[in-house]
Design a protein around this ligand. Structure first.
Ligand code: GYE
Length: 366
């Protein structure tokens, strides 16, 4: 369908309100999506019926993690041919320059909509201006773009809150276990991504307030190999000096576990090292359930239907939200803290339940 929304109209379509959006509680992930499913299906059936195909270009980060695999599948399912879409998918393999090029190619190909999961959070204004000039609405998913607002809508997670929650959990957990001295190693996600920036800053805020020692913080690139390599080097440089490892995603944690096992360091419940992770993918939660990972802060990747819903609203000339946040549970291995209370990035004091992982919870995850 070549129904074009010109640049001026784009601005008018941008809504400024921020909404909390149900997206991913432990066993309601599917029902959280149900509303979007219905909305997207109704509109696309109509599009398919009059023979119009909506072309969507998607510039995906890469294929570095279980999270990413689930994200890709979610977008491919939401923009499938039988729903009336032609999806042009580009795996940018974590290369920012290639991602900008992919967006420029979508402009040349005259797609109807562009979806971007930005590898890094800056450097976007020029190419987004080009999209705007071409009258192609841009939808951003997952990671944020922080130096331009020339996109119609963003849907994703509040990474700073994930980091704040991880730090607060560690504070309360150490207190409950009577551990007073915390010596922490961090394996960060890909440098410059908003996921890495938010998780790092949120955790550091609590660490600074508590006076914890962060011995080191290095980039593991959100991959299992990266996590393993950084942890191998940590085990040599900080032998016997650390009792907490924070991995900014599950795949890094899997690599770090292998490296610690090889170095004779134990991790998990009541072991040498408290292990914290983010994402809460299925394999991650299985390790929480077995007590190898102490806590895992969920990041919800199934944003495809939200995205399709935004496209359908734009097709119908409706206003869309500028920002939609996923809601995500925090998972733990032990039943010793029912909840944590912290001040979130919006300055509100929130109390969030901690979910002890069961078979049902791990199997319901992505
Ligand atoms: O945590 C990690 C992935 O951007 C939130 O990217 C996403 C992160 C996710 O590779 O596993």
């Amino acid at each position: 369908m070549k129904k074009r929304i010109v640049a001026g109209m784009l601005t008018a379509l941008m809504a400024v309100s921020m909404v909390g959006c149900g997206g991913a509680s432990s066993d309601t992930a599917d029902s959280g999506n149900a509303g979007s499913d219905a909305g997207a299906d109704a509109g696309t059936e109509e599009a398919a019926a009059d023979g119009d195909v909506i072309t969507v270009g998607f510039a995906q980060v890469g294929h570095e993690s279980d999270w990413r695999t689930a994200s890709t599948k979610s977008v491919q399912d939401a923009f499938s041919a039988d729903k009336g879409y032609d999806l042009q998918f580009v795996d940018c393999d974590n290369d920012s320059a290639a991602q900008i090029e992919a967006v420029r190619q979508f402009i040349q190909d005259d797609v109807d909509y562009i979806v971007i999961d930005p590898i890094v959070s800056t450097g976007w204004d020029t190419v987004l201006t080009e999209c705007e000039d071409a009258g192609i609405p841009v939808i951003v998913i997952d990671r944020t773009i922080d130096d331009s607002d020339k996109y119609v809508s963003w849907v994703g997670s509040e990474f700073m809150n994930e980091g704040l929650a991880a730090g607060t959990w560690l504070k309360d957990y150490a207190e409950a276990k009577g551990i007073s001295d915390l010596n922490i190693l961090v394996i960060e996600g890909s440098n410059g991504s908003s996921a890495q920036i938010g998780r790092t800053d949120g955790f550091k805020k609590i660490a600074d307030a508590e006076g914890w020692t962060i011995l080191d913080s290095q980039d593991g690139n959100f991959t299992q190999d990266g996590g393993q390599q950084v942890m191998e080097s940590y085990c040599k440089s900080y032998e016997g000096q650390f009792n907490v490892v924070v991995c900014q995603n599950d795949n890094e944690a899997f690599g770090a576990m292998d490296a610690m096992t090889a170095a004779g360091v134990s991790y998990g419940v009541d072991k040498d090292v408290i292990l914290i992770s983010f994402d809460a993918c299925k394999s991650g939660l299985e390790f929480v359930q077995s007590g190898d990972i102490n806590a895992d802060f969920m990041c919800y990747p199934l944003q495809g239907e939200y995205c399709a819903d935004i496209v359908q609203k734009l097709e119908a000339g409706e206003t869309v939200e500028k920002q939609t946040f996923m809601t995500e549970p925090w998972y733990v291995a032990e039943d010793i803290l029912p909840s944590i209370t912290y001040t979130n990035n919006a300055g509100e004091e929130v109390t969030e339940e901690l979910v002890v992982v069961t078979d049902a919870a791990s199997q319901a995850s992505y």
